[in-house]
Design a protein around this ligand. Sequence first.
Ligand code: SF4
Ligand code: SF4
Length: 162
Amino acid sequence: MILLLTNPAVNVCRAGSEHEDLSQDIIDASLCGLGQSAPNPVLSTLKYFRREYEMHIHDNWCPTGVCSDLSTFYIDEKLCKGCGACLRACPSNAVSGEKKKPHTIHQENCVHCRTCWEACKFDSIKILPAAARNAGDAELEYLVDMVTSGRTGIQETVDIRQ
Ligand code: SF4
Ligand code: SF4
């Protein structure tokens, strides 16, 4: 079940509806209760967290930063106080900056571990889609604005997809 649902050939499909169809097929075709109940976790999470499925599948984006391959950590200069907490916490020396000045995450060194995001008390670190790693300044500004304002629609991120 998990292999089927995590298969890229299935994941490129629209809005997770194929996951529901596939789950129903498994329920219908299973001969035992175990097989019939196997898709239940997927169906219930689709019911309550469909938006997160869509963001992962369509936008290559894990907005909580848990899926490291789908997250880009970025410091919003306008919010950064230069406290240095992220710099001290980073395990891979990916953060630089002087005291009381905006800090920067160097994407080439970042291993997307989320430690800096947890250390920042000022909500200055934003979790952006994977595509942001190669984005230009204008695209980054747009993405930060989108995340900060809570606008996380698929259509809004379609232009910056890799
Ligand atoms: S996500 Fe991890 S590796 Fe990347 S800058 Fe933050 S603490 Fe460093
Ligand atoms: S922890 Fe937050 S406020 Fe402090 S330097 Fe890092 S990004 Fe800036």
